[in-house]
Design a protein around this ligand. Structure first.
Ligand code: ATP
Ligand code: ZN
Ligand code: MG
Length: 396
């Protein structure tokens, strides 16, 4: 049996608040790494490799891992976690892992890692949560929009997305419009273990990606012009794509998921007030739904080079709060939504102006529909009779 384990002792201890971050970034370090685990004390990293590696390959992997640790740990400042709501102790009846039962009932069908089809119970639950998020949108008089799943590369480039989140991008391409290329493809394309057997020159240069979030589309639609009436509130739902490598796992971390957003554009005070109002209104909804959760400050999953700088900035300015639902079966939490404020970042980069000529501020409230349904069944199980009446009755 070849030795597929590789143990790394970090040159510096990974502080507790960075253990999760280091672990999730190790998924992007080397294709030979199948999985990584950082021990809670931050003194040891256990890697499992896909295939046996030579001593040279092993030492290369170790160097890369040490590099990641150093970049994330050196000079890192522990963010002060601010808790805005704590309903973690709300009693919930279910304790088991819902995955085996979801699988047995045909409620989840995994097409590939991170690509999961959902059955009727989960679909109805997602629709139910959608209806509650739409109520929130209506309470703001939000205008409905429909955005494409594709997003032009030049847009994402304009807002530095490639620099901040390169690891999770998903690219869309097509065959070059050339008869020989298309004929060759039609004749020879076959999907093997390593994907399509087609030379990369057959594909057109990448100009388009699959959208990583919903609200970007609105900011692009508003770019390079004064904001009508100085403020807008919009709502939209969309397919979002984030390639999370080895971290892709069950409904918790999908490559392709669905996000409903309520988006605010206007002055700083306007955006911050709306974000806070949204949080307060959702508190009532989550109570009716019986969700055990807390709302706490968080940072976006920036890639290694950007993480330290951006995360300190985000927490200092309270730019992001996550709704973290309890997963009783694993004694962990999962972000089912977030309340975000981007300051005038998009306003500046995309030249969206307020009536006084200054750059517009933006913010959004974003809910992950699959995660919402998943966290709910993790807390209440799959038998609707045991669900809180608000959910049970709405599903009849
Ligand atoms: P996480 O901290 O779990 O990586 P995030 O901070 O990247 O999530 P946001 O950018 O705030 O998430 O996205 C809004 C919501 O979209 C999240 O709260 C979550 O419910 C959902 N979401 C984000 N990434 C995924 C994913 N890979 N799979 C399923 N849902 C997701
Ligand atoms: Zn958003
Ligand atoms: Mg997060």
């Amino acid at each position: 049996m070849p030795d597929l384990m590789l143990q790394v002792t970090p040159t510096q201890t990974i502080p507790g608040f960075l253990v999760g971050e280091v672990q999730s970034k190790l998924a992007y370090v080397d294709e030979a790494i199948a999985s990584a685990r950082v021990d809670p004390q931050g003194e040891r990293i256990d890697l499992t490799l896909n295939q046996p590696a030579s001593p040279e390959q092993r030492s290369e992997i170790i160097d890369k891992v040490q590099h990641v640790v150093a970049s994330l740990v050196e000079g890192a400042i522990q963010p002060k976690i601010q808790v805005l709501e704590d309903h973690m102790e709300r009693p919930v009846p279910y304790r088991s892992d819902p995955n085996p039962e979801l699988l047995a009932r045909g409620e989840i069908f995994q097409e590939a890692q991170g690509i999961i089809a959902l059955g009727p119970l989960l679909s109805r639950l997602m629709e139910y949560f959608e209806s509650r998020f739409l109520e929130l949108a209506d309470s703001f008089g939000a205008s409905p929009y429909r955005f494409p799943t594709l997003i032009p590369a030049r847009y994402l480039d304009r807002v530095n997305y490639f620099h901040s989140f390169p690891h999770s991008l998903t690219f869309a391409t097509h065959l070059r419009s050339d008869l020989d290329v298309i004929d060759h493809f039609a004749e020879h394309a076959a999907c093997g273990e390593h994907g399509l057997n087609i030379p990369s020159q057959s594909f057109s240069p990448i100009q388009t990606l699959l959208s990583p979030a919903v609200c970007y589309h609105l900011y692009f639609a508003l770019a390079d012009q004064p904001l009508p009436d100085g403020q807008v509130i919009v709502t939209a739902v969309g397919n979002c794509f984030r390639y999370e490598s080895n971290n892709l796992s069950s409904l918790e971390r999908l490559w392709n998921f669905t996000m409903r957003e309520v988006i605010f554009v206007g002055s700083k005070d306007f955006v911050l007030d709306q974000r806070e109002t949204a949080r307060q209104r959702m508190q009532q909804v989550f109570e009716e739904v019986g969700l055990a959760y807390r709302v706490e400050s968080a940072t976006d999953p920036f890639f290694i080079g950007e993480f330290r700088k951006q995360s300190v900035f985000q927490s200092a300015f309270q730019l992001k709060f996550e709704i973290r639902a309890r997963l009783p079966f694993k004694d962990a939490t999962l972000a089912v939504g977030s309340y975000n404020y981007h300051q005038n970042f998009f306003g500046r980069h995309l030249n969206i102006t307020l009536p006084d000529g200054s750059a517009a501020h933006t913010g959004c409230v974003a809910f992950g529909l699959e995660r919402m349904a998943y966290a709910f069944v993790a807390q209440y199980g799959l038998d609707p009779e045991k669900w809180p009446s608000a959910v049970f009755e709405a599903m009849q």
